[in-house]
Design a protein around this ligand. Sequence first.
Ligand code: ADP
Ligand code: ASP
Ligand code: MG
Length: 451
Amino acid sequence: MIVMKFGGTSVEDAAAISRLVEIVGRRVDKKPLIVVSALSGVTSDLYRISSLAPAGEDSGVAEMIKVIKERHLTVLNELIPENSPSKEEACSQIVRLADQLEEIVKVVGILSELSERSLARIVSHGELLSSTLIWGVLKERGYSCKYLDARQFIVTNNNYLKADPIVDIIKTRVPEIISPLAEQYDLLITQGFISSTADGINTVLGRGGSDYSASLLGMALGVREIEIWTDVDGVHTADPRYVKGTRSISELSFEEAAEMAYFGAKVLHPSTILPAIESGIPVRVLNSKRGDSPGTLILPRDKVSSAGVRAITFKEHISVLNIFSTRMLNAVGFLKKVFDLFEKHGISVDLISTSEVNVSVSLEQGVDLTGITKELSGFSSVTVRDDLSQVSVVGKDLRNTRGTCRRVFNALGDFKIYMISQGASEINLSFVVKRGDLPYVLQKMHSELFN
Ligand code: ADP
Ligand code: ASP
Ligand code: MG
Protein backbone atom coordinates (compact mmCIF):
# COMPACT_ATOMS: atom_id res chain seq x y z
CA MET A 1 0.00 0.00 0.00
CA ILE A 2 0.91 3.66 -0.31
CA VAL A 3 -0.59 6.77 1.26
CA MET A 4 -1.29 9.70 -1.07
CA LYS A 5 -2.16 13.00 0.60
CA PHE A 6 -3.56 15.88 -1.45
CA GLY A 7 -3.42 19.36 0.08
CA GLY A 8 -5.98 22.15 -0.31
CA THR A 9 -4.64 23.59 -3.56
CA SER A 10 -4.46 20.09 -5.07
CA VAL A 11 -8.23 19.71 -4.65
CA GLU A 12 -9.26 23.36 -5.00
CA ASP A 13 -11.47 23.07 -8.09
CA ALA A 14 -12.63 20.78 -10.90
CA ALA A 15 -9.31 21.03 -12.77
CA ALA A 16 -7.32 20.12 -9.65
CA ILE A 17 -9.59 17.17 -8.86
CA SER A 18 -9.28 15.93 -12.46
CA ARG A 19 -5.51 15.96 -12.04
CA LEU A 20 -5.91 14.05 -8.77
CA VAL A 21 -7.97 11.39 -10.52
CA GLU A 22 -5.30 11.02 -13.18
CA ILE A 23 -2.44 10.82 -10.68
CA VAL A 24 -4.26 8.29 -8.53
CA GLY A 25 -5.26 6.30 -11.60
CA ARG A 26 -1.60 5.71 -12.42
CA ARG A 27 -1.02 4.16 -9.00
CA VAL A 28 -4.00 1.86 -8.52
CA ASP A 29 -1.74 -1.20 -8.50
CA LYS A 30 0.05 0.22 -5.43
CA LYS A 31 -3.22 0.14 -3.45
CA PRO A 32 -3.47 3.83 -2.52
CA LEU A 33 -5.09 5.18 0.59
CA ILE A 34 -6.03 8.73 -0.44
CA VAL A 35 -6.02 11.40 2.28
CA VAL A 36 -7.55 14.74 1.35
CA SER A 37 -7.55 18.25 2.78
CA ALA A 38 -10.46 20.62 2.48
CA LEU A 39 -10.79 22.61 -0.77
CA SER A 40 -8.36 25.48 -0.47
CA GLY A 41 -9.68 28.29 1.69
CA VAL A 42 -12.60 26.31 3.11
CA THR A 43 -11.00 25.59 6.51
CA SER A 44 -10.23 29.29 6.95
CA ASP A 45 -13.82 30.09 5.96
CA LEU A 46 -15.07 27.65 8.57
CA TYR A 47 -12.94 29.25 11.28
CA ARG A 48 -14.39 32.61 10.23
CA ILE A 49 -17.93 31.23 10.33
CA SER A 50 -17.26 29.86 13.80
CA SER A 51 -16.05 33.19 15.09
CA LEU A 52 -19.18 34.91 13.79
CA ALA A 53 -21.60 32.17 14.81
CA PRO A 54 -22.17 33.21 18.44
CA ALA A 55 -23.67 36.49 17.16
CA GLY A 56 -26.64 34.48 15.87
CA GLU A 57 -28.74 34.81 12.72
CA ASP A 58 -27.68 38.32 11.75
CA SER A 59 -24.05 37.34 11.44
CA GLY A 60 -24.42 36.20 7.82
CA VAL A 61 -23.09 32.70 8.53
CA ALA A 62 -25.99 30.93 6.80
CA GLU A 63 -25.04 32.72 3.59
CA MET A 64 -21.40 31.75 4.01
CA ILE A 65 -22.33 28.09 4.50
CA LYS A 66 -24.44 28.27 1.37
CA VAL A 67 -21.44 29.53 -0.61
CA ILE A 68 -19.37 26.58 0.61
CA LYS A 69 -22.13 24.13 -0.30
CA GLU A 70 -22.54 25.66 -3.77
CA ARG A 71 -18.81 25.53 -4.37
CA HIS A 72 -18.78 21.76 -3.79
CA LEU A 73 -21.91 21.14 -5.82
CA THR A 74 -20.56 23.21 -8.71
CA VAL A 75 -17.34 21.19 -8.84
CA LEU A 76 -19.39 18.00 -8.70
CA ASN A 77 -21.54 19.21 -11.60
CA GLU A 78 -18.49 20.12 -13.63
CA LEU A 79 -16.97 16.69 -13.16
CA ILE A 80 -19.92 14.30 -13.27
CA PRO A 81 -22.58 14.17 -15.97
CA GLU A 82 -26.28 14.25 -15.08
CA ASN A 83 -28.02 11.03 -14.15
CA SER A 84 -24.99 9.26 -12.80
CA PRO A 85 -25.94 7.33 -9.62
CA SER A 86 -22.65 8.22 -7.91
CA LYS A 87 -23.43 11.88 -8.54
CA GLU A 88 -26.77 11.60 -6.80
CA GLU A 89 -25.22 9.87 -3.83
CA ALA A 90 -22.35 12.36 -3.48
CA CYS A 91 -24.72 15.26 -4.04
CA SER A 92 -27.12 14.22 -1.31
CA GLN A 93 -24.21 13.60 1.09
CA ILE A 94 -22.84 17.08 0.41
CA VAL A 95 -26.25 18.62 1.05
CA ARG A 96 -26.62 16.56 4.23
CA LEU A 97 -23.21 17.71 5.50
CA ALA A 98 -23.99 21.36 4.72
CA ASP A 99 -27.34 21.07 6.54
CA GLN A 100 -25.65 19.49 9.52
CA LEU A 101 -23.10 22.31 9.56
CA GLU A 102 -25.88 24.86 9.50
CA GLU A 103 -27.61 23.16 12.41
CA ILE A 104 -24.48 23.18 14.55
CA VAL A 105 -23.77 26.83 13.74
CA LYS A 106 -27.38 27.69 14.60
CA VAL A 107 -27.03 26.05 18.02
CA VAL A 108 -23.84 28.06 18.64
CA GLY A 109 -25.88 31.18 17.80
CA ILE A 110 -28.72 30.22 20.14
CA LEU A 111 -26.30 29.58 22.99
CA SER A 112 -24.20 32.64 22.04
CA GLU A 113 -21.23 30.53 22.94
CA LEU A 114 -18.57 28.72 20.97
CA SER A 115 -16.73 25.96 22.82
CA GLU A 116 -13.50 24.44 21.50
CA ARG A 117 -15.41 21.22 21.08
CA SER A 118 -18.04 22.83 18.81
CA LEU A 119 -15.33 24.64 16.89
CA ALA A 120 -13.53 21.35 16.15
CA ARG A 121 -16.84 19.91 14.94
CA ILE A 122 -17.48 22.86 12.64
CA VAL A 123 -14.03 23.04 11.03
CA SER A 124 -14.07 19.29 10.36
CA HIS A 125 -16.70 19.86 7.70
CA GLY A 126 -14.14 21.07 5.16
CA GLU A 127 -12.52 17.64 4.91
CA LEU A 128 -15.86 15.79 5.24
CA LEU A 129 -17.15 17.71 2.23
CA SER A 130 -14.02 17.42 0.07
CA SER A 131 -13.63 13.68 0.67
CA THR A 132 -17.30 13.08 -0.17
CA LEU A 133 -16.98 15.04 -3.39
CA ILE A 134 -13.80 13.29 -4.52
CA TRP A 135 -15.17 9.88 -3.55
CA GLY A 136 -18.15 10.58 -5.83
CA VAL A 137 -15.88 11.53 -8.71
CA LEU A 138 -13.63 8.49 -8.32
CA LYS A 139 -16.62 6.16 -8.27
CA GLU A 140 -18.06 7.79 -11.34
CA ARG A 141 -14.73 7.23 -13.12
CA GLY A 142 -15.20 3.51 -12.58
CA TYR A 143 -13.04 2.76 -9.55
CA SER A 144 -14.34 0.78 -6.66
CA CYS A 145 -13.65 3.29 -3.92
CA LYS A 146 -14.40 3.05 -0.21
CA TYR A 147 -15.13 6.20 1.81
CA LEU A 148 -13.74 6.05 5.33
CA ASP A 149 -14.43 8.42 8.21
CA ALA A 150 -11.02 9.20 9.76
CA ARG A 151 -12.67 9.78 13.13
CA GLN A 152 -13.07 6.02 13.41
CA PHE A 153 -9.33 5.43 13.60
CA ILE A 154 -7.34 8.66 14.11
CA VAL A 155 -7.77 8.71 17.87
CA THR A 156 -6.46 11.59 19.99
CA ASN A 157 -6.62 13.15 23.43
CA ASN A 158 -9.27 15.80 24.11
CA ASN A 159 -7.17 18.82 23.23
CA TYR A 160 -9.93 19.53 20.68
CA LEU A 161 -8.23 21.97 18.32
CA LYS A 162 -4.65 20.70 18.30
CA ALA A 163 -5.16 17.19 19.50
CA ASP A 164 -2.33 14.76 20.23
CA PRO A 165 -2.73 11.37 18.56
CA ILE A 166 -2.81 8.28 20.75
CA VAL A 167 -0.43 6.19 18.71
CA ASP A 168 -1.10 2.84 20.39
CA ILE A 169 -4.81 2.99 19.61
CA ILE A 170 -4.17 4.23 16.05
CA LYS A 171 -1.72 1.39 15.49
CA THR A 172 -4.40 -1.18 16.29
CA ARG A 173 -7.50 0.48 14.84
CA VAL A 174 -6.04 1.49 11.48
CA PRO A 175 -4.91 -1.95 10.30
CA GLU A 176 -8.00 -3.58 11.83
CA ILE A 177 -10.36 -1.36 9.84
CA ILE A 178 -8.35 -0.52 6.74
CA SER A 179 -6.30 -3.61 5.81
CA PRO A 180 -9.25 -5.89 4.98
CA LEU A 181 -10.84 -3.12 2.88
CA ALA A 182 -7.63 -2.58 0.91
CA GLU A 183 -8.07 -6.13 -0.37
CA GLN A 184 -11.63 -5.51 -1.54
CA TYR A 185 -11.39 -2.05 -3.16
CA ASP A 186 -9.26 -0.35 -5.84
CA LEU A 187 -9.03 2.82 -3.79
CA LEU A 188 -9.68 3.98 -0.26
CA ILE A 189 -10.32 7.61 0.60
CA THR A 190 -10.35 9.40 3.94
CA GLN A 191 -9.94 12.87 5.45
CA GLY A 192 -6.81 14.55 6.72
CA PHE A 193 -6.88 16.87 9.75
CA ILE A 194 -9.92 15.35 11.49
CA SER A 195 -9.85 12.94 14.39
CA SER A 196 -11.75 11.97 17.51
CA THR A 197 -11.22 11.01 21.12
CA ALA A 198 -11.45 7.35 22.12
CA ASP A 199 -15.10 7.91 23.04
CA GLY A 200 -15.93 9.47 19.70
CA ILE A 201 -15.83 13.22 20.30
CA ASN A 202 -14.70 15.15 17.23
CA THR A 203 -11.20 16.70 17.46
CA VAL A 204 -8.75 18.11 14.88
CA LEU A 205 -4.96 17.92 14.59
CA GLY A 206 -4.37 21.66 14.12
CA ARG A 207 -3.89 23.83 11.00
CA GLY A 208 -2.02 22.03 8.25
CA GLY A 209 -2.71 18.75 10.05
CA SER A 210 -3.54 16.63 7.01
CA ASP A 211 0.15 15.85 6.49
CA TYR A 212 0.19 14.54 10.03
CA SER A 213 -2.85 12.32 9.31
CA ALA A 214 -1.10 10.91 6.25
CA SER A 215 2.00 10.14 8.22
CA LEU A 216 0.09 8.48 11.08
CA LEU A 217 -1.83 6.32 8.61
CA GLY A 218 1.36 5.41 6.77
CA MET A 219 3.00 4.39 10.01
CA ALA A 220 0.06 2.32 11.24
CA LEU A 221 -0.22 0.48 7.91
CA GLY A 222 3.54 0.11 7.38
CA VAL A 223 3.17 1.43 3.83
CA ARG A 224 5.96 1.51 1.23
CA GLU A 225 5.86 5.27 0.77
CA ILE A 226 3.91 8.36 1.80
CA GLU A 227 3.27 10.83 -1.02
CA ILE A 228 2.48 14.43 -0.11
CA TRP A 229 0.94 16.10 -3.20
CA THR A 230 1.07 19.89 -3.08
CA ASP A 231 1.46 22.95 -5.31
CA VAL A 232 5.27 23.06 -5.53
CA ASP A 233 7.91 20.72 -7.00
CA GLY A 234 8.88 19.30 -3.65
CA VAL A 235 10.75 21.03 -0.87
CA HIS A 236 12.67 24.05 -2.15
CA THR A 237 15.82 25.79 -0.93
CA ALA A 238 13.47 28.49 0.42
CA ASP A 239 9.78 29.30 0.22
CA PRO A 240 9.27 30.10 -3.49
CA ARG A 241 6.49 32.49 -2.60
CA TYR A 242 8.95 34.78 -0.83
CA VAL A 243 12.33 34.16 -2.45
CA LYS A 244 13.30 34.34 -6.12
CA GLY A 245 15.48 31.69 -7.74
CA THR A 246 14.79 28.80 -5.36
CA ARG A 247 15.15 25.21 -6.55
CA SER A 248 13.77 21.86 -5.56
CA ILE A 249 15.91 19.66 -3.28
CA SER A 250 16.06 16.09 -4.55
CA GLU A 251 16.86 14.34 -1.26
CA LEU A 252 16.57 15.43 2.34
CA SER A 253 17.04 13.57 5.62
CA PHE A 254 14.13 13.23 8.04
CA GLU A 255 16.04 15.36 10.55
CA GLU A 256 16.60 18.16 8.06
CA ALA A 257 12.98 18.06 6.95
CA ALA A 258 11.77 18.09 10.55
CA GLU A 259 14.07 21.01 11.35
CA MET A 260 12.79 22.90 8.31
CA ALA A 261 9.18 22.30 9.28
CA TYR A 262 9.84 23.28 12.87
CA PHE A 263 11.63 26.47 11.84
CA GLY A 264 8.87 27.69 9.61
CA ALA A 265 8.85 25.94 6.20
CA LYS A 266 5.12 25.56 5.75
CA VAL A 267 5.47 22.92 3.09
CA LEU A 268 5.06 20.19 5.72
CA HIS A 269 3.25 20.12 9.05
CA PRO A 270 5.96 20.16 11.76
CA SER A 271 4.91 16.85 13.30
CA THR A 272 4.56 14.99 10.03
CA ILE A 273 7.94 13.50 9.88
CA LEU A 274 8.02 11.82 13.27
CA PRO A 275 5.72 8.83 12.70
CA ALA A 276 7.42 8.30 9.34
CA ILE A 277 10.93 8.44 10.87
CA GLU A 278 10.00 6.00 13.57
CA SER A 279 8.90 3.49 11.03
CA GLY A 280 11.54 4.31 8.40
CA ILE A 281 8.96 5.07 5.70
CA PRO A 282 10.15 7.37 2.90
CA VAL A 283 8.08 10.52 2.36
CA ARG A 284 7.95 12.07 -1.11
CA VAL A 285 6.77 15.65 -1.67
CA LEU A 286 5.30 16.05 -5.17
CA ASN A 287 3.66 18.66 -7.37
CA SER A 288 0.08 17.84 -8.34
CA LYS A 289 0.33 20.31 -11.22
CA ARG A 290 3.32 18.48 -12.66
CA GLY A 291 2.68 14.84 -11.91
CA ASP A 292 5.87 13.64 -13.61
CA SER A 293 8.40 15.83 -11.75
CA PRO A 294 10.49 13.83 -9.25
CA GLY A 295 9.86 16.11 -6.23
CA THR A 296 11.73 15.64 -2.97
CA LEU A 297 12.42 12.34 -1.30
CA ILE A 298 12.76 12.43 2.48
CA LEU A 299 14.87 9.55 3.79
CA PRO A 300 16.56 8.30 6.98
CA ARG A 301 19.79 10.19 7.71
CA ASP A 302 22.13 7.32 6.83
CA LYS A 303 20.64 7.11 3.35
CA VAL A 304 21.36 10.75 2.51
CA SER A 305 25.01 11.35 1.70
CA SER A 306 25.67 15.01 1.04
CA ALA A 307 26.23 17.49 3.87
CA GLY A 308 26.02 21.27 3.93
CA VAL A 309 23.36 23.94 3.66
CA ARG A 310 20.02 22.69 2.39
CA ALA A 311 17.50 25.42 2.85
CA ILE A 312 16.58 28.72 4.43
CA THR A 313 13.39 28.95 6.46
CA PHE A 314 11.77 31.75 8.39
CA LYS A 315 9.07 32.71 10.84
CA GLU A 316 7.79 36.15 10.01
CA HIS A 317 6.08 36.99 13.27
CA ILE A 318 8.00 36.22 16.40
CA SER A 319 8.51 37.88 19.75
CA VAL A 320 11.73 38.16 21.67
CA LEU A 321 11.67 38.26 25.44
CA ASN A 322 14.78 39.82 27.02
CA ILE A 323 15.33 39.03 30.65
CA PHE A 324 18.01 41.11 32.41
CA SER A 325 19.27 40.58 35.89
CA THR A 326 22.52 41.54 37.54
CA ARG A 327 21.76 38.75 39.96
CA MET A 328 22.41 36.33 37.15
CA LEU A 329 26.13 36.91 37.68
CA ASN A 330 27.46 33.70 39.18
CA ALA A 331 24.00 32.78 40.37
CA VAL A 332 23.48 29.05 40.28
CA GLY A 333 19.91 28.16 39.45
CA PHE A 334 18.91 31.40 37.71
CA LEU A 335 18.19 29.72 34.39
CA LYS A 336 16.25 27.01 36.12
CA LYS A 337 14.08 29.62 37.78
CA VAL A 338 13.45 31.29 34.41
CA PHE A 339 12.65 28.11 32.50
CA ASP A 340 10.51 26.69 35.29
CA LEU A 341 8.29 29.70 34.69
CA PHE A 342 8.07 28.94 30.96
CA GLU A 343 7.03 25.41 31.86
CA LYS A 344 4.50 26.62 34.41
CA HIS A 345 2.87 28.90 31.83
CA GLY A 346 2.99 26.22 29.13
CA ILE A 347 5.03 28.45 26.80
CA SER A 348 7.51 26.79 24.47
CA VAL A 349 10.48 28.76 23.24
CA ASP A 350 12.34 28.52 19.94
CA LEU A 351 15.77 30.09 20.35
CA ILE A 352 17.70 30.84 23.49
CA SER A 353 20.82 32.90 23.94
CA THR A 354 22.47 34.00 27.15
CA SER A 355 25.11 36.43 28.30
CA GLU A 356 26.31 37.08 31.80
CA VAL A 357 23.43 39.36 32.68
CA ASN A 358 20.84 38.56 30.08
CA VAL A 359 18.73 35.72 28.71
CA SER A 360 16.90 36.18 25.41
CA VAL A 361 14.33 33.78 24.06
CA SER A 362 12.35 33.88 20.84
CA LEU A 363 8.83 32.54 20.64
CA GLU A 364 5.96 32.41 18.19
CA GLN A 365 3.46 35.23 18.41
CA GLY A 366 -0.05 34.67 19.59
CA VAL A 367 0.98 33.43 23.04
CA ASP A 368 -0.24 35.48 25.99
CA LEU A 369 2.89 36.70 27.80
CA THR A 370 1.19 38.75 30.52
CA GLY A 371 1.42 36.08 33.22
CA ILE A 372 5.02 35.12 32.62
CA THR A 373 6.35 38.68 32.27
CA LYS A 374 4.67 39.58 35.54
CA GLU A 375 6.34 36.71 37.35
CA LEU A 376 9.72 37.30 35.71
CA SER A 377 9.54 40.95 36.71
CA GLY A 378 9.63 39.79 40.31
CA PHE A 379 13.36 39.09 40.00
CA SER A 380 14.52 40.65 36.72
CA SER A 381 13.74 43.37 34.27
CA VAL A 382 11.85 42.16 31.20
CA THR A 383 11.29 43.68 27.77
CA VAL A 384 9.32 42.21 24.86
CA ARG A 385 9.80 43.04 21.15
CA ASP A 386 7.18 42.09 18.62
CA ASP A 387 8.52 43.58 15.41
CA LEU A 388 10.99 40.81 14.67
CA SER A 389 11.37 37.80 12.38
CA GLN A 390 13.46 34.67 12.60
CA VAL A 391 15.58 33.22 9.81
CA SER A 392 17.13 29.74 9.96
CA VAL A 393 19.73 28.09 7.78
CA VAL A 394 19.15 24.34 7.81
CA GLY A 395 21.53 21.61 6.66
CA LYS A 396 23.45 18.54 7.74
CA ASP A 397 26.71 18.97 9.65
CA LEU A 398 26.68 22.75 9.21
CA ARG A 399 29.53 23.40 11.62
CA ASN A 400 31.92 21.25 9.64
CA THR A 401 31.00 22.66 6.28
CA ARG A 402 33.76 25.05 5.35
CA GLY A 403 32.83 28.58 4.60
CA THR A 404 29.19 28.37 5.72
CA CYS A 405 29.53 30.86 8.55
CA ARG A 406 31.52 33.28 6.41
CA ARG A 407 28.86 33.25 3.72
CA VAL A 408 26.02 33.52 6.22
CA PHE A 409 27.58 36.54 7.89
CA ASN A 410 28.44 38.02 4.54
CA ALA A 411 24.77 37.88 3.66
CA LEU A 412 23.75 39.44 6.95
CA GLY A 413 26.08 42.33 6.05
CA ASP A 414 24.75 45.53 7.53
CA PHE A 415 21.45 44.17 8.78
CA LYS A 416 20.96 44.42 12.48
CA ILE A 417 20.90 41.04 14.24
CA TYR A 418 18.95 40.73 17.48
CA MET A 419 19.79 37.13 18.38
CA ILE A 420 21.94 34.31 17.01
CA SER A 421 21.62 30.68 17.92
CA GLN A 422 23.10 27.45 16.68
CA GLY A 423 20.97 24.37 17.32
CA ALA A 424 22.67 21.62 19.30
CA SER A 425 21.75 19.22 16.52
CA GLU A 426 24.13 21.16 14.24
CA ILE A 427 21.56 21.26 11.55
CA ASN A 428 20.39 24.79 12.06
CA LEU A 429 21.80 28.24 12.49
CA SER A 430 19.20 30.87 13.34
CA PHE A 431 19.04 34.66 13.58
CA VAL A 432 16.51 37.20 14.63
CA VAL A 433 16.22 40.30 12.41
CA LYS A 434 13.91 43.27 12.09
CA ARG A 435 10.64 42.39 10.36
CA GLY A 436 11.15 45.11 7.77
CA ASP A 437 14.50 43.59 6.80
CA LEU A 438 13.16 40.05 6.37
CA PRO A 439 12.57 40.00 2.58
CA TYR A 440 16.02 41.48 1.92
CA VAL A 441 17.78 39.14 4.35
CA LEU A 442 16.07 36.10 2.82
CA GLN A 443 16.89 37.05 -0.74
CA LYS A 444 20.48 37.99 0.04
CA MET A 445 21.08 34.87 2.14
CA HIS A 446 19.63 32.69 -0.61
CA SER A 447 21.81 34.24 -3.30
CA GLU A 448 24.90 33.95 -1.12
CA LEU A 449 24.31 30.31 -0.17
CA PHE A 450 22.79 28.83 -3.32
CA ASN A 451 23.92 30.80 -6.36
P1 ADP B 1 -0.99 22.09 0.90
O1 ADP B 1 -2.25 22.85 0.72
O2 ADP B 1 -0.69 21.19 -0.24
O3 ADP B 1 -0.87 21.42 2.23
P2 ADP B 1 0.74 24.16 1.82
O4 ADP B 1 0.30 25.53 1.42
O5 ADP B 1 0.49 23.72 3.22
O6 ADP B 1 0.15 23.16 0.77
O7 ADP B 1 2.29 23.96 1.50
C1 ADP B 1 2.81 24.28 0.24
C2 ADP B 1 3.40 25.67 0.29
O8 ADP B 1 4.50 25.66 1.20
C3 ADP B 1 4.01 26.15 -1.00
O9 ADP B 1 3.07 26.76 -1.83
C4 ADP B 1 5.09 27.11 -0.52
O10 ADP B 1 4.72 28.46 -0.66
C5 ADP B 1 5.24 26.82 0.95
N1 ADP B 1 6.63 26.60 1.33
C6 ADP B 1 7.24 27.14 2.42
N2 ADP B 1 8.52 26.80 2.47
C7 ADP B 1 8.76 26.01 1.41
C8 ADP B 1 9.90 25.34 0.91
N3 ADP B 1 11.08 25.41 1.53
N4 ADP B 1 9.77 24.59 -0.20
C9 ADP B 1 8.59 24.51 -0.83
N5 ADP B 1 7.47 25.12 -0.42
C10 ADP B 1 7.55 25.87 0.68
N1 ASP C 1 -7.67 21.87 5.96
C1 ASP C 1 -6.79 22.03 7.11
C2 ASP C 1 -6.17 23.41 7.11
O1 ASP C 1 -6.40 24.18 6.19
C3 ASP C 1 -5.76 20.96 7.19
C4 ASP C 1 -4.79 20.86 6.04
O2 ASP C 1 -5.06 21.40 4.98
O3 ASP C 1 -3.75 20.22 6.20
O4 ASP C 1 -5.47 23.73 8.02
MG1 MG D 1 -0.29 21.96 4.21
